[in-house]
Design a protein around this ligand. Structure first.
Ligand code: IMP
Ligand code: MG
Length: 185
C-alpha cells in the first residue's frame, strides 16, 4: 500500500499509525472466541448478526471458525461520520431481515468505544423479545465507556487511542488492512 513506510507503519498526512495487533494475534484470538461460541451454542440455532460496516472482516473470520448450525444477518449503523470523533448519534441505515422473536442472537461488533451503538442496538432488539442476546466485540476501550453495556466476549482490551485496519476505518479507508494499527502520539 502506498501509505506504508519502510518500518511497516501507516503514514496518513502527518499522522503515523503503528502496528498494535498482528494478523496472527487476531486470528488466534478469533479462533478462541469461535471455540467458546461453538461450545455454548452447539445445541442451538443462533443468528449471528454482524454490525456493518466495521465488523465485516471479524464477522467473516468468526463465522468461518464456529462449528455450529447458524443463520447470519446484518445491521448497518452509522455513528462516526467521517472523522476520528464520534458524532454522538446513532443512525440506523439497514434493519435486520430475520424474525428474531424467540431466537438466540449473537451480536458481532468491531469495537465498543462509548457503548452508545451497543446500547442502541440492545434496546432496539429487546422490543422483539429474542430468546437470548450475546454480544461479541473484537476490541474494547475500557477508558472510553460511557453507557453501561454488557459484553460477553471481548477479543482485546485496548487503550483510548484511535485504531484502524481489520474492518476499522479512518474516513472510510484502511478497512482492508489485515492487522490493526494504532495512532501514535
Ligand atoms: P460507540 O458507539 O462509541 O461505542 O462506537 C462504536 C463504533 O465507533 C464502532 O462500531 C466503530 O465503528 C467506531 N469506532 C470506535 N472507535 C474507533 C476507532 O478507534 N477506530 C475506528 N472506528 C472506531
Ligand atoms: Mg462499528
Amino acid at each position: 500500500m502506498e501509505t506504508m513506510n519502510g518500518k511497516g507503519e501507516i503514514v496518513i498526512g502527518n499522522e503515523v499509525f503503528k502496528i498494535l495487533l498482528t494478523e496472527e494475534q487476531i486470528q488466534k484470538r478469533v479462533q478462541e472466541i469461535a471455540d467458546e461460541l461453538t461450545e455454548q451454542y452447539k445445541t442451538k440455532l443462533p443468528i449471528l448478526i454482524g454490525i456493518l460496516n466495521g465488523s465485516f472482516m471479524f464477522f467473516s473470520d468468526l463465522v468461518k471458525k464456529v462449528d455450529i448450525n447458524c443463520e447470519i444477518d446484518f445491521f448497518k449503523l452509522s455513528s462516526y461520520g467521517d472523522s476520528k470523533i464520534s458524532s454522538g448519534q446513532v443512525k440506523m441505515l439497514k434493519e435486520l431481515n430475520a424474525d428474531i422473536t424467540d431466537r438466540h442472537l449473537i451480536l458481532v461488533e468491531d469495537i465498543v468505544d462509548s457503548g452508545l451503538s451497543m446500547k442502541y442496538i440492545r434496546e432496539l432488539l429487546s422490543k422483539y423479545n429474542p430468546a437470548s442476546v450475546c454480544v461479541v466485540s473484537l476490541l474494547y476501550k475500557p477508558d472510553c465507556i460511557k453507557y453501561d453495556v454488557k459484553i460477553d466476549y471481548i477479543g482485546f482490551e485496548i487503550d483510548d487511542k484511535f485504531v484502524i485496519g481489520y474492518g476499522l476505518d479512518y474516513a472510510q479507508k484502511y478497512r482492508n488492512l489485515k492487522s490493526i494499527y494504532v495512532l501514535s502520539e
